[in-house]
Design a protein. Structure first.
Length: 56
């Protein structure tokens, strides 16, 4: 299975930039998941303020 970040790696030769872009994308996905979960489970707003690492 191809990694969905392959294109990013090809476009950005700088590995530090690639890591940053991928981390930001994963963080955004996590944030979206938290927002969705909050709607479903009616979690308090304070859950938004927790670092994304807690959701890994």
């Amino acid at each position: 299975m191809k990694d969905k970040y392959d294109l990013v790696r090809k476009l950005c030769q700088d590995s530090k930039l690639v890591r940053m872009v991928i981390e930001n994308q994963k963080r955004a996905e996590l944030f979206d998941n938290v927002k969705r979960a909050r709607k479903v489970y009616r979690l308090p707003e304070t859950h938004y303020n927790l670092p994304a690492e807690l959701y890994l």
